[in-house]
Design a protein around this ligand. Structure first.
Ligand SMILES: *Cc1c(COP(=O)(O)O)cnc(C)c1O
Length: 493
């Protein structure tokens, strides 16, 4: 039976997988979900003998059953083969207190490569399958890593165009340089004077702006999104949870059926939601631990059931998690409320009208069964980078360090703990270097070399000579002007 996706906010807004991937967001502003997710059940008993690609093919086939086996196999090969530093794709490293699952070995050194390399392949394949006579325009807001990973995923992919907006002064120097030097004929990169939430909110509005969409339609262009609200990006992320489990089975560290914990540095709630999906389809997970930084709106929510975005937006040393509106949480609300679309719609209206919502005690209890939470301040994050380096000679990036700190705060000794590592430390060299050796005034590029000399950790290839690449994108605009920018620039790409 073919899987039907529906909007979190309206059961009658339906799509098959192909449409859900091409469209990104439902017309009513809701997110696409499969109602009977338990029916996507995955057999974990034979995991021991499976490699990353095999697991990826099986998981994708479960959720995207309107793609043929060959199409999926092809997508997996195109997305991952030869594009990652290691054949394992996401290696798992044992440290004293936890296993670190390295998700950052892809072409831009961020975990977002895992989802976005696949999303571009799925998009391309879906366009081909449906014999589409239009181009897809990907609009993306980025807090740093998504932008580069999406650009790299979609660059020069036929019948796609991509425009990326990032908050001026809201991303690291390395991230900014990665984006400003992006090559490719079908793309634009633009800074906005505002924060990530401003950019994300503006893009969400464009997706429900019928006049805007009609203008694009006249040029044979349809909108889509590469943010983690796209199901085509989320599902590939389920794979590494299953793969991590397979690795521990292979190493004889756990037995089939034994529950493990995953500790996840969280922003938009995409990464951790993929873990929740993994659990729904049968992976034995005890707790998914949601780790926040000083913007701990999710921590507060999981503690109290009140989601309140009316607070100051703080800039931290883990900027990819500096988020106050966590889009993918909507999908969890949908499942935790027993697939109650009207209830989710009401909560989202409360959030947009009043700035907060409160879930019922039942929904909160359901969420707390699967999720634990914690947070780390900047100082705690820095101390953790230093402590783990001293103990294990392993260099954490600040996002991963947030998760590691949350693990150490309340370590569950009864289960194996797996910390998801979401970026190479070299993407945030400034913060990492100063945590290890104290603040220095060098630029980030010479610091990379210094960090390498001192720690002997290899600099990823794509970052090694980045300061010598040509800057090709220099646009900066006000946040109010994003719509105009898109309409102007889409003609050039
Ligand atoms: C995007 C990102 C996160 C947060 O992931 P979500 O899916 O938004 O929760 C964490 N760490 C890094 C380095 C990221 O780029």
């Amino acid at each position: 039976m073919k899987k039907i996706y529906e909007s979190t906010r309206n059961r009658n807004q339906k799509a098959d997988a192909t449409k859900a991937i091409l469209q990104g967001l439902s017309d009513d502003g809701g997110l696409f979900v499969v109602r009977d997710i338990e029916q996507c059940s995955y057999d974990i008993t034979k995991l021991k003998d499976k490699d990353y690609s095999t697991i990826a093919e099986e998981i994708l086939a479960l959720f995207f059953d309107d793609f043929s086996k060959e199409e999926i196999k092809d997508c997996v090969q195109q997305a991952y083969l030869g594009k990652f530093e290691k054949d394992e794709i996401t290696p798992i490293i044992p440290l004293h207190d936890a296993y670190v699952l390295e998700l950052f070995r892809g072409p831009t050194s961020a975990f977002k490569d895992v989802g976005l390399q696949m999303l571009s392949q799925l998009t391309s394949s879906a366009l081909y399958k449906t014999k589409a006579d239009y181009d897809v325009l990907i609009l993306t807001a980025t807090s740093g890593d998504t932008g580069k990973a999406a650009l790299e995923g979609f660059k020069d992919v036929e019948h796609t165009k991509i425009i990326v907006f990032y908050p001026n002064d809201g991303v690291s120097k390395v991230q900014e340089t990665q984006m400003k030097t992006q090559t490719g004929k079908n793309l634009k990169v633009c800074a906005i004077n505002g924060n990530f939430d401003d950019a994300q909110t503006a893009i969400k509005q464009l997706f429900v702006d019928q006049e805007f969409k009609a203008t694009l339609a006249k040029q044979n262009i349809k909108l889509s999104s590469a943010n983690s609200i796209n199901i085509g990006r989320l599902v590939p992320q389920i794979v590494y949870y299953v793969y991590a489990y397979a690795c521990l089975l292979k190493q004889g560290v756990i037995e089939v059926g034994e529950e493990v914990n995953f500790i996840v540095p969280t922003g938009n709630f995409g990464d951790i939601l993929a873990g929740y999906f993994a659990k729904q389809i049968g992976l034995p997970i005890h707790k998914l631990v949601c780790a926040s930084n000083d913007n701990h709106v999710l921590y507060d929510f999981i503690q109290t059931g009140i989601y309140d975005r009316r607070r100051d937006f703080l800039k931290t040393i883990s900027p990819s998690m500096d988020i106050l509106i966590s889009s993918n949480l909507e999908r969890l609300l949908y499942y935790a409320s027993g697939c109650d679309n009207a209830y989710v719609k009401q909560l989202m209206e409360d959030l947009s009208n009043k700035g907060y919502y409160q879930v019922t005690d039942d929904v909160l209890k359901t969420i707390q069964k699967d999720f634990a939470c914690g947070y780390a301040t900047n100082a705690e994050t820095e101390n953790t980078i230093k402590a783990v380096y001293e103990l294990d000679r392993y260099v954490l990036d600040p996002h991963t360090a947030v998760a590691y700190k949350v693990l150490l705060d309340d370590k569950d000794q009864e289960h194996k703990n797996i910390v998801l590592s979401t970026a190479s430390p070299y993407k945030f060299t400034d913060s990492v270097y100063s945590a290890l050796y104290g603040k220095v005034e060098d630029d980030e590029f010479s610091l990379m070399k210094k960090l390498h000399q001192k720690t002997n950790v290899k600099i990823p290839k794509n970052l090694e000579n980045i300061d010598r690449l040509e800057i090709v994108h220099e646009d900066t605009i006000e946040k109010e002007d994003m719509k105009k920018y898109v309409l102007d620039k889409v003609k050039e790409i």
